[in-house]
Design a protein around this ligand. Sequence first.
Ligand SMILES: [Zn+2]
Length: 166
Amino acid sequence: MICRNIQSKLPDLLLEPGSVAADVRAHVENCTECGRELRELRATMSALDAWEAPEISPYFDGRMTVLLRDEQRAPRAGWLERMRARLLFGESMRLRPLAAGALALAIAVGGGLYAGFVSQPAQPVQSASPVIRDLQSLDENAQVFQQLNSMDQDTGDAGPASPNSL
Ligand SMILES: [Zn+2]
């Protein structure tokens, strides 16, 4: 018998000894290699049995509620402001390249959308750099999206009375 085949049956031998063929059991009893595997597996399983998940702190719910309340009371920051803050002061350094990439993508997409969405002619800004103008257009796009969102919610509330709702 090949030890590798036997060892794939060792979990069954531990959990349901009756389901394992007698020749397999006989091999494990006589083979030092398979016997050692069985003992290690049994030790691992008993260690898992003894393991207990750590208790959740009894103050968790209270702290979470306070954090949520603070967040709800805080003045609502524009998404551009939040993105800029995360880019500059983000606590996780790993997020920084990700945020930079997302901002670059947003600028590229926003610049493309700007031409289509904003009907008013862009006022000439002589002193501002292209980056500032991109950020301004991003801000205006955010307002457009907010308006679209609220229009969407309005039609949703209006229900069947709205002629545009499908
Ligand atoms: Zn063996």
